[in-house]
Design a protein around this ligand. Structure first.
Ligand code: PLP
Length: 441
């Protein structure tokens, strides 16, 4: 966990921090931030802080940016809508919304029907409500992060807020099966965030089979994965079709738009509940999404994105080898992880890369965008190499020259803290550690 002392000591940052200390609602969320920089604006692969320092961004703003910051085609489409009345107009239906639903239906295998929202949290919350209505059952089985709404507070034990009828099986299939056996006929849905960097497609096939065997609605939370593995999401990439899915990040290249997509008889349950919001119909995010799909759908776009991702992943692994650190970059080029055997060393290197002008995510996936060029990738590799050298020079005892893949201990530490599960998803239940994900965020 970083703290406010990590922020830059220059004039603008200091002034903003002083004002924020007097007004922010949450020291923890606003000041002890994941990224101790105050970003002012972005352009393509770059972001700039309030002191005009330039960074190559590898966070994609929690994965929401897929084309790069301020993509001209998307910005033009949004501005065009804003000039036609400001975005929000009286009717709930709009041609833009319809066109987007049709285009999503053409690329996502599960998308017989689509319901739009503004955030990922709203989409996941709507999806579980629809699943409960459809099945007439109440219990939700979950793994991974799905947002901030009341039903999903279980992964944050430090807040001591319990969510009735929500059970986190922590990606462990023994725990999943046991929980289903303990609550016969009471499980409405399984909602799971796919983690393909850590679990093979076999894993998700098994989850699908378990859901089918018990008539449980299966929801893929594709808020992150929806556009990172190609058009059509992880469900297309692995060819396992959920009953519903939620999508958001990447959909409108950073503009607030999310959707529940799924089987028509489940989404038709909308008639039996209230899922209406004033801002759900704002036109400009739909315009952003259509422009984003135009750009993403251009021939070779994903090939280029993945080629650059591979270049980066392979290049990082070569740097780790040359520098003699036990570390690995893996696995998917569109969304990859970096794991160091020594977590403290990794945190020092993240801080050093930031000083060198590369913004890495300290405990989650790294994500490139369409805007990242080969020159950007080379700069990330060079910055990583010099960050390792600097940290090693400063603290030689922490970076003994060695190489190879990180240990299972390091891997499990990361997976437990990132999404609450272990790669060994058939571990006996009594051996699952009590450490819970998100706990120290
Ligand atoms: C997999 C997943 N689901 C849901 C959410 C919640 O989305 P939002 O932050 O837009 O509410 C997130 C956000 O990080 C996410 O990663």
């Amino acid at each position: 966990m970083s703290d406010a002392s990590q922020y830059s000591k220059s004039s603008q940052s200091e002034e903003i921090l002083a004002r924020a200390t007097a007004t922010t609602a949450s020291m923890r969320a606003d000041l002890e931030a994941t990224l101790p920089v105050i970003i002012d604006y972005g352009d393509g692969a770059y972001v700039y802080d309030v002191d005009e320092r330039e960074y190559i961004d590898m966070t994609a703003s929690s994965g929401a940016i897929l084309l790069g910051y301020g993509h001209p085609q998307v910005t033009d489409a949004v501005c065009h809508e804003l000039r036609r009345g400001g975005g929000l107009l009286p009717s709930t239906l709009s041609p833009l919304q319809l066109e987007l639903a049709e285009r999503l239906g053409a690329v996502f295998p599960c998308a017989e029907r689509t319901l739009f929202f503004r955030t990922g949290s709203c989409a996941t919350t709507a999806a579980i409500r629809l699943a409960r209505l459809h099945t007439g059952r109440s219990i939700v089985l979950t793994s991974g992060y799905h947002g901030w709404h009341d039903w999903h507070l279980t992964p944050f034990p430090r807040f001591r807020q319990k969510c009735p009828d929500v059970i986190d099986f922590r990606y462990n299939l023994n725990l999943l099966e046991q929980t289903i056996a303990e609550h016969p006929g009471d499980i409405a849905c399984i909602i799971i965030t796919p983690e393909p960097n850590f679990f093979d497609d076999d894993y998700i096939l098994e989850v699908r089979a378990i859901a089918d065997a018990h008539g449980i609605v299966l929801i893929f939370d594709e808020v992150v994965s929806g556009f990172r593995y190609g058009l059509g999401g992880y469900q297309s990439a692995c060819n396992v079709i959920p009953d519903m899915a939620t999508i958001a990040k990447g959909l409108a290249n950073g503009h607030a738009l999310s959707a529940v997509i799924g089987r028509k008889e489940i989404l038709a349950r909308r008639e039996e509940t209230h899922l209406v919001g004033t801002f759900h119909h704002d036109r400009s995010p739909f315009a952003a999404a259509l422009a984003t799909l135009d750009v993403l759908g251009a021939p070779g776009r994903y090939d280029q994105l993945f080629a650059h991702g591979h270049m980066l992943v392979d290049g990082l692994n070569a740097v780790f080898e040359q520098q003699g650190v036990v570390a690995e970059a893996f696995r998917h080029p569109g969304l990859f992880h970096i794991l160091f055997d020594d977590e403290d060393l990794w945190q020092d290197i993240v801080a050093e890369c930031r000083k060198g002008g590369v913004l890495l995510h300290p405990f989650d996936a790294q994500m490139i965008t369409v805007a990242h060029t080969q020159a950007n990738i080379q700069k990330v590799l060079d910055t990583m190499a010099s960050a390792i050298t600097t940290v090693r020079t400063r603290r030689p005892e922490r970076a003994i020259a060695s190489s190879g893949k990180p240990s299972d201990v390091a891997l499990n530490y990361r997976t437990l803290h990132e999404f609450g599960g272990l790669v060994d998803y058939r571990l006996p239940i009594d051996q699952i550690p009590h450490v819970w994900h998100q706990d120290d965020r």
